[in-house]
Design a protein around this ligand. Sequence first.
Ligand code: F6R
Ligand code: ZN
Length: 194
Amino acid sequence: MEELMEPVRTLIDFKKGVVNPDRIIERRASDMQGMYSDDLALEKLLSQDNPLIYQVREINIPKKSGHIIYSTTIIYPGKVGKEYFMTKGHFHTREDTAEIYFCLEGEGYLLMQTKQGKVSTIHMRPGVLGYIPPYWGHRTINTGKKEFIFLALFPGDAGHNYEVVEKHGFAQIMIEENGKPILKDNPKYTPVSG
Ligand code: F6R
Ligand code: ZN
């Protein structure tokens, strides 16, 4: 029999995310090279202050089937050119695993895509739960003026596969036009074959 794990209590501040996380992952402009449609705009940001784009606050839960891992993500407000600050986005290594995103603060979009290029979005604001079914890659985008914060819950053995997104991109991007977020085809997207 597996060793019995003790229950875990986690405090979540709706305006700051997980309080006292075991690990904080920070992604700055320099970690997002190639992810935005406007490479020049990203370079400009890099040469200025290389801003923090998002932060993930995680609790150590075993990365094993049967467990549920949870974390909060804070995406800061801002844009690279016309494109809003966003997460890298990924598919799960175990593609048949789902995920739940629950919005705590701010607003934005959950952008999802299958490997066949089908796209779907959910507008997130506090209280909205987005269910990401198995096989959908996912990225979140802060289209608001303050921090966009959400809680993510996913199977322990889901894993992260960033390669597909790094290589092919998402089929659509979210940019600001006339002060509003709109979805546009991503000029850098290349379809995943097979
Ligand atoms: C876990 C998950 C989230 C993201 C986080 C950062 O499966 O979807 O916790 O990992 O929002 O986004 P990425 O991982 O795309 O940099
Ligand atoms: Zn995920």
